[in-house]
Design a protein around this ligand. Sequence first.
Ligand code: FES
Length: 279
Amino acid sequence: MRSRAQIKSHPIHPMLVALPIGLWVGSLVFDCIAAARNDASFAAAGFYCAVAGCVGAALAAIPGAIDLFSVVPDRSSARKRGYIHGVLNVLALGIFIAMAARRGVAMPDGLSLLLSVIGVAVLGVSGWLGGTLVYRNQIAVDHRFANAGKYRERELRGWDQPVCNQSELSDGQMLLARKGNQRIVVGRCPEGMVAFSDSCTHRGGPLSDGALVGCTVQCPWHGSQFNVHTGRVVAGPAQQAVETYTVEVRNGEVFVSPNVTKKSAGPRPVVPGDSQQVA
Ligand code: FES
């Protein structure tokens, strides 16, 4: 899903995380050299790198938190992963603040070196989770499938407001409507307008970020496919139907009734070859 904290579609968080990664690792390297050579200038360099890394980490946390709370679906495995990523980053920041505070520009002692090693290790685990959030969960990835148009979302004050005008969506295009924590996808398929939950029933992947082909939507995370009229699972790994909602078009304006769930299709029936519906 596209990042909210971005400049011309370029997410800011990955740009800033280079600061704490480079500076904290640099701090550890300088401190090791300082200890090995008993060189006060390397010790000072290590201290200032640690402090600058703390400032960089605090700056990187701002766009990271914006994306975590506004982009990552709240009932998903990615949200849990994002929380752990954030906690580890705060832990690494605390470790480097403590290390810098106790030693100042003086030569690092054994405990300071140990704290830096632990801080870098924590940062490494956190970076591994951050990579999973981007490369597997596709957080901050701006999908532009053929014909799907630009990723669109709309914040609503209430569901009595129109979500969009019918003419805004052509066949195969989707729009994410949000009101608080509720996320509903409005899409257009050959049979007209449809509305369904954004949350994939497998691990909460954002269906609005997937592909709508014919009357089937495919989740971008692990490829589950759902019929957008009934919510029925067309192809797993999801086993439970996704919620679908009643859509009304009045004078060209599209309205969704989020509390009226259309027929629920239950668990997935086995249909040979049904995974072929979306390539
Ligand atoms: S979250 Fe796994 S297929 Fe959607």
